[in-house]
Design a protein around this ligand. Structure first.
Ligand SMILES: [Zn+2]
Length: 306
């Protein structure tokens, strides 16, 4: 196979003068809830305020966790909230060939190895993978693929949170690119797709702060320019749980989206007006694009909501 991925010609235009390209990338493990609406809205408004493109990518690489019909339901909700995407929706389940090509290229350059370790073994080693299988030359069958992490980046400047430092041991770990069960790992898919879609701005929740360090190391391994990242606070319930599909946070109402949309703007520290509740979704969104202020987003990783 030719080494197509690494040799892809990148534009020589500096990032600042390139068109803004952002994205929202939900996984179809459930319906869109208030927490994911905030992430969708923030990434949309930031892109549109900067006259950019906003893409949607469905991260459906984990079939066992997928809920039937969730992809379509998520897209329907985005439309109901006036969040209309540019270009075609990208489904990660259709990117298999691309992911395998990258794994092949990395293996050719001896930047990966196979690992047989179980979760229990890694836990016994202190919870951080110590490279136990690095020199064992294990076969592909029934083993995971790990990246030889030469970069171990653990610090970056976040558009919202400022300077972020992640756990160094975790950032230096040889992380998994393909799982033992044959499923592609999130880190592989997300970076390959951000490169493929030419994404240069990623606005998402603070639950993805730590993975950002790994993604930056992976971008460096692939000799590609990473996007600029901005992490918004995650919404958690009064009980201290992150609002997510797992704890069955209330689904939002497509037929009456105004209250949730206004609540999401308030959560993001944006100005709102009383009359908004009677305005159309289009009017609210257009107003919010015009008045979007990234620096008003709270610089905290979590906000407890009622
Ligand atoms: Zn191992």
């Amino acid at each position: 196979m030719p080494n197509t991925f690494f040799s892809t010609e990148r534009s020589a235009i500096p990032l600042a003068t390139k068109e803004y390209r952002g994205r929202f990338a939900p996984s179809p493990s459930g319906l869109l809830h208030f927490g994911s609406l905030i992430a969708a809205l923030a990434s949309y408004l930031d892109a549109k305020h900067h006259h950019g493109k906003w893409l949607v990518r469905i991260e459906d690489i984990d079939p066992p966790r997928e809920k039937i019909g969730a992809s379509q339901a998520i897209l329907t909700t985005l439309e109901a909230f006036g969040l209309h995407w540019d270009e075609q929706v990208l489904y990660q389940s259709q990117q298999t060939q691309r992911y395998n090509q990258v794994l092949y290229d990395l293996a050719t350059q001896k930047l990966t190895y196979h690992c047989q370790c179980t979760r229990a073994q890694i836990k016994a080693d202190g919870g951080i993978y110590q490279g136990r299988c690095k020199t064992l030359n294990l076969p592909k069958q029934n083993n995971a693929i790990r990246l030889i992490n030469h970069f171990g980046i653990n610090q970056f400047n976040d558009l919202i949170q400022g300077s972020v430092t992640c756990d160094q041991a975790l950032a230096q770990e040889d992380f998994i690119l393909k799982r033992k069960d044959g499923l592609f790992a999130y880190q592989l898919a997300v970076v390959v797709d951000d490169i493929f879609q030419d994404i240069n701005h990623v606005i998402r929740g603070c639950d993805l702060l730590e993975p950002t360090a790994r993604q930056l190391s992976f971008f460096a391994t692939l000799k590609q320019t990473p996007p600029q990242y901005g992490h918004i606070p995650v919404a958690s319930s009064a009980q201290g749980f992150k609002l997510s599909k797992q704890n069955k946070a209330q689904a939002i109402d497509n037929n009456h989206p105004q209250p949730a949309l206004i609540a999401a703007l308030v959560f993001l520290g944006q100005a709102t007006e009383k009359e908004m509740i009677n305005a159309s979704i289009e009017e609210i969104i257009n107003w919010a694009i015009k008045h979007w202020q990234r620096d008003k987003i709270p610089k905290t990783t979590e906000i407890v909501i009622a």
